[in-house]
Ligand binder design. Sequence first.
Ligand code: HEM
Length: 565
Amino acid sequence: IDIAGPETDHWLKGNYHRIFQDGLEYNLQLTEKYGGAVRIHALLGEEQLYVSDPRALHHIVVKEQDVYEETDMFIMGNKLIFGEGLISTLGEQHRKQRKMLNPVFSLANMRDLLPTIQPIADQLCDLLVSKITAGEQEIDIVPWTSRGALEYICQAALGYTFDALNPEKTSEYAEALRRFSPTALRLILIRPFVPFFVRNFSLQWRNRIMDWVPIKPLKEFRRIVEVMHRTCKGIYADKKSAIEGTLVDGSLKLNEPQGATGFRSRGRDIISILLRANRSSNVRDMLTESELLGQMNTIIFAGFETTAIATSRLLYLLASRPDAQARLRREVRAAKMAHVGDSARWQDVNLSYDVLMGLPYLDALVRETLRVYPPTSLLSRTTRKSTVLPLEFPVRSASGQEVTSIPLPENTTVIISILAANHNKEIWGEDASDWRPERWLTSTGERVRLSDGENPPDGYVVVERSEEEDKVPGNRNGIKYPGVYASMMTFLGGGRACIGFKFAEMEMKQVLTTLLSTLHFSLPAEKEIYWKMNGLQVPVVRPPAGDGQTPQVPLKIRLVRDDDY
Ligand code: HEM
């Protein structure tokens, strides 16, 4: 690849360890120094392209998405783990699945889902309140945001509760999901061999090899996958028979929950909607049973840690910025008071979808947090044939020439830097790396109009196409990123963009409005919380107060007082 970039740092690891392990600064420096396309060194010196240029990303994720596909390692690994879900399929099969699944995540379905998941935010809030024994208590919020996110996605996707917010309770499935990422991380060096094994060994032989090899994390991972698969299969079978057996007047009548765990949503959950849509679609578009099953663990996996991390980050930022916390609390109180109706206390008001999604400051906070700190920072693709990648902003070739497009041979790996795109000064302005929620508001505190790709719910201020448009964040002289969420790349864009981004937004907003009505958050004085960017974001406490390793966000929490507004 004839593009300038850093020298290799290590004969084996290239620049990869600096990019993927605690790599925030390094990633931003790469783009600062070399621009929107950088030649980097991967394992064993392989050359790859690191991309954040807006036109290049438009080509990769939208215009030529069939040329820039997921790597074999990603697709084959995911198929072994999750089955035939969205993140394990390519081309026509993937398009067919999206066609069936996109309407399942429609605004109408999200609106319907919101009231059914409010009890989870209430339970999370009650749980934190119950932990405050003295006037103010230091609580590590990571286990609770994580259990909350698990409960959210399980109830929303499966209509099933594993009672994850009950501290006394451990379910085999919830435990498997929690162990998934740490165990997968320990197998990172084994993953590149997956395509070789899938191509050259039958399932029977692969199982035998797994029985023989003395790699402990591999055995643990196999057990985790087995639990995930078995559980989803059971839930799927129950749902299917419920839909086939008790479909009365088009509404699903599922059993009341038995004990603490069991079905909750009475058919409003994502998989029930999907099963009904599938039954009523024509044979050509129908998904097979294996594809339906594959979506279950895929959606749970994709929607769990990402949202848990984002919620922890939001609470951490609010704790570090008391002014932002007070402003948000004022906005929430005003909205709840306006809808207090029969509720005795404004704190107990549950905001409707449209009111929740239309709160300007809350929206600005969530957007800015997901822009500056995208939970998934780096993705990879590989070229399926030789091609030429055009750039918006020229970069330098290895010999220093200015180039506006880059020829790429077949099988070149391209790293999509969501992080660098969201921090691009050319697009977001000189303060691109500053966390400044106000950038999403007009001078009178209303929401600015967002990119055309997004379906604006009520409450947007529409700025006419003119120089005003340039005041919209992420839009410079008509140049913007092809993201589905304003012009940021946090949820990607194109045919493989995050299907659950509206759900993620809704969940985070519901949790924040619920918690902030009752609780006040601040930073502990003697602990420095530091966020490592290791693929996903990992918060740790720096030594000497912490070990710098264990994921945690200790915050001081107390009940809200009158002067907290
Ligand atoms: C803040 C939270 C979230 C972030 C930052 C996020 C980000 C992303 C990104 C960057 C992708 C593209 C991945 C790739 O192409 O390799 C993606 C895909 C996906 N996301 Fe999300 N996501 C979030 C929450 C969710 C939620 C809550 C759900 C489910 C309810 C979900 C379901 C999915 C699925 C199924 C895909 C695969 C789509 C496809 O390949 O067609 N995500 N997400």
